[in-house]
Design a protein around this ligand. Structure first.
Ligand code: GAL
Length: 350
């Protein structure tokens, strides 16, 4: 028998209200800026929560883009210890999902990456020839403070790991502390590293499989610099470094060159705004070239290059609580400072 129309209507309404209440319970904060899409912009220097609501713990690292997803690698820290290398994933660079530990410290006390030692400034790159992800990082050996001054290499078939540690060493016998990895347009990769007690900044080309260094190892300059971060724009290389004052902030310096092996021309501090003389209380970690998103249908124009300056605001009394400074690099600003990094409390990628 057919129900009267009014009863059918009330039944549908009740069902709708019930489902709505249910979804409110499941997603209590939907639309209120929490959960999966908590952020719609970068909040510079603020506590940054992952999609589970935990503070992101990925310092001194880098971001790579792979299969429509961004992956952020960084040092996992507790108050003082190094806890390995963590990895997060994101679709929009604002909201990050914890993917676990990409590289853990070894339980074997004889290992160069034994727990109690230090892993810093991890950088992951993809090798299309071997189809492997390769991680390079600064290694300090348990019980030796910052005395080992080595670089480590680990490898994985899966981007999120777990990575297998291969070995750590001093490139061509040179000390290697703060470092970064740069892959040029032709696919050749380089380690840029602080050497000779950080008085020298050096470069060495990696082998084609990215698992070792070659003998193309050269001094760039001797200026007591560290925390190198580099990018290429319109055929020129831009290299930002910090001074050497440990966890304490200092002024950054920009150098430019037509050639990775130099000569590098010193241009001064590219950071602009309040506290730029102490890098907004931060230290460079990496410069991420944001990939052009194809099909910018709005104006059908090719997207201009975009780079994100990634820096750490260290908290030496609780390293885990160190904050991040992701800021846009303003390009083509003319002479004498052809690029600039201006402080912003928050910003959106355009
Ligand atoms: C900084 C370096 C950091 C960390 C720290 C230890 O100069 O950039 O990565 O090594 O020293 O004091």
């Amino acid at each position: 028998m057919m129900k009267p129309v009014i009863a059918q209507f009330l039944g549908k309404c009740a069902c709708f209200v019930f489902i709505s209440l249910l979804s409110l319970q499941v997603y209590p904060c939907f639309g209120q800026g929490s959960g999966k899409n908590r952020y719609d912009r970068f909040h510079v220097g603020q506590i940054w929560l992952d999609t589970k609501g935990d503070t992101i713990n990925a310092h001194g690292g880098n971001i790579i883009y792979y299969k429509h997803t961004y992956y952020w690698f960084g040092e996992k820290r507790d108050r003082h210890h190094s806890l390995g290398v963590s990895v997060y994933s994101s679709r929009d660079l604002y909201n990050w999902k914890q993917e676990g530990l990409a590289l853990a410290h070894s339980q074997d006390t004889a290992s160069d990456i034994a727990f109690g030692g230090i892993m810093e400034r991890p950088k992951v790159i993809y090798n299309p020839k071997t189809k492997q992800f390769v991680m390079w990082f600064h290694v300090e050996v348990r019980g030796r403070g910052y005395g080992a001054a080595k670089v480590g290499v680990a490898v994985s078939k899966r981007i999120t790991g777990p990575y297998t540690f291969i070995r750590s060493f001093r490139p061509n016998g040179n000390m290697s502390r703060d470092m970064t990895i740069f892959v040029d347009e032709d696919g050749s990769a380089y380690e840029i590293y602080s050497s000779r007690e950080n008085y020298d900044l050096r470069i060495v080309q990696l082998t084609g499989d990215y698992l070792d260094v070659t003998s193309r190892d050269s001094l760039l300059f001797s200026n007591h610099r560290e925390a190198p971060a580099i990018f290429k724009h319109r055929g020129k290389y831009y290299l930002i470094t910090s001074g050497c004052t440990g966890w304490a902030p200092n002024a950054a310096a920009l150098r430019v060159s037509d050639n990775l092996y130099g000569p590098w021309k010193l241009l001064g501090n590219p950071l602009k705004g309040k506290d730029s003389h102490i890098s907004f209380y931060g230290q460079p970690a990496y410069i991420f070239p944001v990939p052009a998103i194809s099909g910018n249908k709005k104006n059908n124009k090719a997207q201009s290059p975009r780079f994100i300056y990634m820096a750490d605001r260290w908290n030496p009394t609780n390293l885990k609580d160190s904050r991040y400074q992701f800021l846009p690099v303003t390009l083509d600003t003319g002479q004498p400072m052809p690029i600039e990094i201006k402080w912003q409390d928050n910003w959106q990628l355009n």
